[in-house]
Write a protein of this length. Structure first.
Length: 504
């Protein structure tokens, strides 16, 4: 008796039964279902390529300094400074305790996070548009200069992009088929976004607007109530962080200037990491608005991309400004998806492929700068550390330029690159940063008394002058001048390394 597949009246296999050899894998179907995977892998590969070459800049050095502390010391520090980065610091602390603190390892969690964001970019594009738009979105996102940069930066921004992009896709699913099983993961994504960076919660404004507009159009269900309850529940763990962050905000971001109208154009240029790519994305984002089948999701995505930028500008007119490109990086995936839909709408079809290639080519100079010129910047600390390590003797002291210039973290630049055998005494640190529960130590009120019997001191200040005490606080410079004399002076780009020996 033949037990093979029976033909249907249409000539196709009966529903629910495989045609042909049932043991043969449906490779094409697998690729369609898992097209998010290749986008994630491509994004990860682009992000980790060359990630160990650029030296850590000062924000990354702050991440390193926090991550290498003990868990108790780290939590104590967050009570005084950088609470808004606390979740990321704790995550990075666990990571470096296992994988070490090389530049590549410090940046790799961000590469993983950006890869996860790429997966949700593809899923969002496929859900709102079609698979062609999803393929374009995955390629476009992976090869954006700003994605490359923040995918290889030891800061929380890639995690924010991941959380917000996941929240957008989860919202789309929850609105299509509401239910607790779909609202619960949305709540987790909202909470994660707020815990990784408070400013990212601005994405809730367009999300709320989308929920109201859909309810207004359909007039069914209780989506507005479900959304409100879900968000309220998600924000419970974020509220204490907001309150603590408000107490620290004056110290941490008081340097950000109040934006002008032209600042919106400036931030748009830098948001995607390339002015030319930014113009191309803006042009492509207009195409789906003229496409009847894609107009509604395109409008929703434009809201997700534009409303947080406008809201951040308005809020920043007050006493504190939050208007920074990296703070608004989470809007990039929305722009990528709507631009990808624009590429998919181009006819004939090869025109979309040509458009994608053109956008990628426009970004190549900025990708090249990211991996060449940028990689050469910030080598000062590593080269200064090499000079010190070469001439080091046990018992040597260390005086980095701090005072008003401590935000440049010259001490971190040098300390990160020193080999383990070099143990310098920070002579003007009366209480260490760890003991102070802060990123910075408490410096001596009477520097001369803190010198002790130290025979030799390495002083690291800014170059461009013959003065080995340039930009040091006045009392520190006077104490060193009184008891030491310079015996060696070496310039390494923006820094000057001076070796002092005691004369009395």
């Amino acid at each position: 008796m033949n037990t093979g597949t029976l033909p249907s009246p249409t000539g196709r296999s009966a529903p629910g039964r495989p045609s042909g050899d049932a043991s043969r894998p449906d490779r094409r179907g697998f690729a369609r279902r898992h097209d998010w995977l290749w986008a994630a892998l491509l994004t990860f590969g682009v992000a980790v390529t060359g990630s160990g070459t650029p030296q850590l800049w000062r924000d990354e050095l702050a991440s390193w300094n926090a991550a290498i502390r003990g868990t108790g010391d780290l939590v104590a520090m967050l009570g005084h400074v950088d609470a808004v980065s606390g979740l990321y610091y704790l995550l990075l602390h666990g990571w470096v305790s296992v994988f070490g603190d090389s530049a590549t390892m410090l940046r790799m969690p961000s590469a993983f996070a950006m890869a996860g964001a790429a997966a949700f970019v593809v899923l969002t594009a496929r859900t709102l548009f079609d698979r062609r738009a999803a393929v374009f979105a995955g390629l476009l996102f992976a090869l954006l200069p700003s994605v490359s940069r923040y995918g290889q930066e030891a800061r929380s921004y890639a995690f924010v992009v991941l959380a917000v992009t996941a929240a957008t896709w989860l919202l789309v699913r929850a609105l299509d088929r509401p239910g607790p099983r779909r609202w619960a993961p949305y709540a987790l994504a909202v909470a994660a976004a707020g815990l990784f960076h408070i400013v990212s919660l601005l994405f809730l404004l367009p999300h709320a607007l989308i929920v109201v507009l859909r309810w207004w159009r359909d007039r069914r269900g209780r989506t507005v109530v479900a959304f409100t309850v879900t968000v309220a529940f998600a924000l419970v763990p974020v509220v204490p962080l907001v309150l603590l962050g408000q107490r620290q905000v004056g110290r941490q971001i008081s340097w950000i200037k109040t934006p002008h109208l032209r600042s919106i154009a400036e931030i748009w240029d830098s948001l995607l990491g390339s002015p030319l790519v930014s113009l191309a994305i803006a042009a492509l984002a207009l195409l789906p608005l003229a496409w009847s089948r894609g107009r509604r999701p395109a409008v929703e995505l434009v809201l997700i991309g534009a409303v947080p930028i406008a809201a951040a500008w308005v809020v920043s007119q007050g006493s504190t400004s939050y208007f920074m490109d990296r703070y608004l990086l989470f809007t990039v995936p929305a722009w990528v998806v709507v631009a990808a839909a624009g590429l998919a709408a181009l006819r004939p079809r090869p025109l979309g492929v040509a458009g994608l290639a053109a956008v990628i080519l426009l970004g190549l100079p900025d990708q090249r700068q990211l991996r060449t010129e940028t990689a050469k910047a910030g080598r000062d600390g590593a080269e200064a550390a090499a000079v010190i390590a070469k001439g080091y003797r046990p018992g040597d002291g260390f005086v980095p330029v701090r005072g008003d210039d401590r935000v440049y973290m010259t001490d971190f630049q040098v300390e990160y690159s020193l080999p383990p055998r070099v143990e310098l005494r920070d002579v003007f640190a009366q209480r260490s940063a760890v003991a102070n529960d802060d990123l910075f130590p408490v410096e001596c009120a009477q520097p001369e008394k803190c010198l002790g019997t130290t025979r030799r001191v390495w002083v690291v200040t800014w170059s461009g002058t013959q003065n080995p005490y340039h930009k040091l606080p006045k009392k520190q410079a006077e104490a060193l001048e009184k008891h030491y004399k310079p015996v060696r002076r070496t310039k390494v780009h923006g820094l000057q390394v001076s070796l002092l020996e005691r004369v009395r």
